[in-house]
Design a protein around this ligand. Structure first.
Ligand code: SAH
Length: 259
């Protein structure tokens, strides 16, 4: 049986399992195989059927558990032997999730696929920490960039990014924070610009640190910030105390949908 299956590239949202879309939930329930990443809340897997095989290909920063080529090979192999293969990724699969690389490989192999978008941590994760990425008076746009670029690829031009208006959201930036802060300041960003780090957004251990760009590095070091975390630079951070909230835990909704 060649290429009998379909691969669903599914966004699992930022962490809170009730931030899954209905379509994502349905994919998980119908999956024969789920291949999931480190940032996916493992509780989501409670929704799959007893016959479903779940494969963890989680990557830690700086250490790739399963190389990308092997993940691609796994997708192809399972698509040839199973009907519904779910490739589950944190947040949205096309926001720094290598989703496009995996779909390109499926296209090359003639394997059917569908993309199920998810709530990206870069927007939804910040919202749950009281930070709106835009605001009519404070930010007319936002830029989501990676703080970690692949070796050999074009590096981020932080000094140019410093000149842009709007909110700057940096994912995968914690390890590179000293350089990022220094370069943004060198690029002319005022040290008084409000800045924040949101750690484990939408999860039980969510933490938010707010300060200014000038104090961000020291504060982050004092607070012992560890990934996953988002760095935000921009005036919208000023709203975060006023707009933050304690979310209601609604996990029962998920377990009921799963049963
Ligand atoms: N596709 C994902 C992003 C993958 S890149 C999305 O749309 O959200 C991985 C980076 O995303 C992490 O290093 C971190 O910067 C950010 N991230 C993902 N989930 C997060 C969370 N719950 N809290 C804070 N940052 C998160």
């Amino acid at each position: 049986m060649k290429n009998s299956g379909k691969v669903w590239l599914v966004g699992a949202g930022p962490g809170d399992i009730t931030l899954l879309t209905l379509k994502a939930l349905q994919c998980i329930q119908q999956a024969d195989v789920i291949i999931y990443d480190r940032l996916v809340n493992p509780k989501i897997l409670d929704g799959c059927s007893v016959n479903c095989t779940c494969i963890n290909v989680g990557k830690s920063p700086g250490y790739h558990c399963v190389p990308q080529e092997e993940i691609n090979a796994l997708l192809i192999q399972h698509a040839r032997t199973h009907r519904n293969i779910v490739r589950l990724k944190g947040g949205d699969p096309y926001v720094f999730g290598r989703g496009a690389e995996e779909v390109e490989c499926l296209v090359e192999e003639g394997i059917a696929f569908e993309v199920v978008p998810g709530i990206s941590s870069a927007i939804g994760g910040l919202a749950c920490a009281g930070i709106p990425v835009t605001h009519r008076d404070l930010a007319s746009g936002f830029h989501v960039v990676t703080g970690h670029t692949r070796e050999g690829n074009q590096q981020q031009d932080w000094r140019q990014l410093a000149k842009l208006n709007g909110t700057l959201v940096i994912v995968m930036g914690i390890a590179n924070l000293p350089f990022i802060c220094e370069e943004l300041l060198m690029g002319g960003k005022s040290p008084d610009t409000p800045a924040a780090i949101v750690m484990s957004a939408t999860r039980e251990n969510q933490r938010r640190l707010t300060c200014t760009l000038g104090t961000l590095l020291t504060k982050a070091q004092e607070a012992n910030i560890v990934p996953p975390a988002l760095i935000v630079v921009g005036d919208v951070v000023r709203l975060s105390d006023r707009l933050s909230f304690i979310p209601e835990v609604m996990e029962r909704v998920y377990s009921e949908s799963c049963s």
